[in-house]
Design a protein around this ligand. Structure first.
Ligand code: ZN
Length: 312
């Protein structure tokens, strides 16, 4: 989300990637709100069986995959894909797509939550198999708000509202536990440690944006105009006169979100519009970045971490 915002503010407004960036931004934002609705239900409901609940779980199977919410017991696992998209929704099977129609008549397409979920369920099965475990894996799509209207093709995967999730869980076929206590506890800790913070690829790579299309310079926190200048140890905005010493921090973060990889002193000078190597050195050094190499060959790397925390 942060990377998408960086790209949107640094691309010219007519750039061809802007519609895709805005659509993705809306979709990510929609997911955030929705997951919180489901969290509340899990927090307020006392389940009688042994269970573990994980949110924003990122796991590695044959490929990396992300689970919005996982409810796991010694008898089965349930994966929830949470959607919070306003408007009238239709899930199509072929091609798999979620079509949203707003009251204004505007129509847009999203990834099919059912296809996403089916894919995630089989990846999670593989993940369990690779640990010599076997559990039935169920999946359900959760529409975050009961006011949403949704039309779904005939699919085995149910579409629920958050308040109906506990009842859905209670109605699942229960077998005697397939995992003994010790195995279950080990599984929970493996899920914990298997959780990887999902660091998406740099935005320019994902959206095939040419590096040269990105507008460089430091953005003024006062008036959002690009191109502050470094003068007497401070950034100064020529437009509004705002002065501060920290405006480059966001710019350097933008660079890593957009391009990824390692930053050299030269990259930094070009992006911040600095002339002197020493100035770039000092600013980079103060940011506590991960460094490699010495003197002229020194490069800097930023560990971007997800802002959302997982909860079990
Ligand atoms: Zn300004």
């Amino acid at each position: 989300m942060e990377g998408l915002e960086a790209a949107i503010r640094r691309l010219p407004s007519h750039h061809e990637a802007i519609p895709a960036l805005r659509a993705k931004h809306a979709a990510v934002q929609a997911g955030f709100g929705g997951e919180q609705e489901l969290d509340k239900v899990f927090e307020s409901y006392a389940f009688s069986m042994k269970h573990g609940i994980f949110h924003d779980l990122s796991l590695m199977s044959s490929t990396h995959f992300q689970i919005d919410s996982l409810f796991i017991t010694p008898s089965y696992a349930v994966l929830f894909e949470v959607k919070n998209i306003a408007g009238e929704l239709t899930v199509r099977k072929n091609p798999p797509q979620l079509i949203r129609t707003l009251e204004t008549g505007q129509v847009s397409g999203f990834k099919s939550p059912i296809a996403q979920l089916e894919n995630n369920c089989s990846l999670f099965q593989d993940w369990l198999h690779s640990r010599n475990l076997s559990l039935p894996v169920y999946g359900a799509v959760v529409m975050a708000y009961a006011s949403q209207r949704i039309e779904v093709f005939d699919s085995k995967i149910p579409v629920l509202f958050p308040s109906t999730v506990p009842l859905y869980i209670r109605k699942l076929p229960t077998t005697s536990p397939l995992l003994d206590d010790e195995t279950f506890v080990t599984l929970l800790s493996q899920l914990n440690s298997g959780h990887r913070q999902f660091i998406p690829a740099p935005i320019c790579e994902t959206y095939s944006i040419r590096r040269s299309d990105i507008r460089t310079g430091v953005i003024c926190p006062g008036c959002n105009v690009l191109g502050m200048s470094w003068h007497k140890r401070k950034w100064e905005c020529l437009k509004c006169g705002f002065r501060c010493s920290k405006a480059h921090i966001q710019a350097i973060r933008d660079w890593f979100l957009l391009f990824g990889g390692k930053m050299t002193n030269r990259d930094c000078r070009e992006f911040l519009h600095l002339e002197r190597q020493q100035n770039a050195n000092r600013l980079l050094r103060d940011m506590n970045l991960h460094t490699e190499g010495a003197n002229r060959n020194r490069t800097y790397k930023m560990w971007l971490s997800a802002s959302k925390q997982k909860r079990t």
